[in-house]
Design a protein around this ligand. Sequence first.
Ligand code: G6P
Ligand code: MG
Length: 220
Amino acid sequence: MIKGFIFDLDGVLTDTAEYHYLAWQELAKKMGISIDRVFNEQLKGISRMDSLERILAYGNKSDAYTKEEKLQLADEKNEEYKKLITKISPRDLLPGIKEFMAELKQADMKLALASASKNGPDILNQLGIADLFDTIVDPAALANGKPDPEIFIKGAKQLNLTPEECIGVEDAKAGIDSINAADMFSVGVGTPESMKFADMFVVDTAQLNYASILANIKDR
Ligand code: G6P
Ligand code: MG
């Protein structure tokens, strides 16, 4: 029986991908690396340091910086990102999210956040939905990021539920892989191509609906 929903943040509840992109682009430029939106797709869902490593590898500069310098560069990106997200407000909730969360609360579902973002708690506050969540997985305490199942397994544990009692919602391929590996039902938001490994998907958050997700689980 389904008792909880575990959400990704970026690209599911709000669209911060563009802000992450702009902040990385600025940093990459300083390092003499040019990235575009197509490249940015592979940064979705992965941690700050993993993102930096991918950008450096893309620019053939993986060995150009020491570990300390890399931490400094990641900090620099985060400072820029934090400037860009100060204006996030409840108006930035993606279409249908408010209604979907109200349905879940009505059905007594427990809610957890499983985002790789260390800015997750601040963003939930700015979106005005922090109170709806029973728990937030701390990404700083993870041994392995998505696609490893750890973050979704921890989310279920923090809700005092088993993975089978939870549904994970994600927009990134790494995130769907993480949910599936946790033995949890995966709901994707995205194109059929990008969401082909999800147990079910919608193309738009406006189509997220509690009853239709439950119907899909029964069909399995
Ligand atoms: C999310 C985003 C990634 C981002 C990561 C870490 O998963 O999709 O693009 O790099 O969080 O975010 P942070 O706010 O901690 O830098
Ligand atoms: Mg995401």
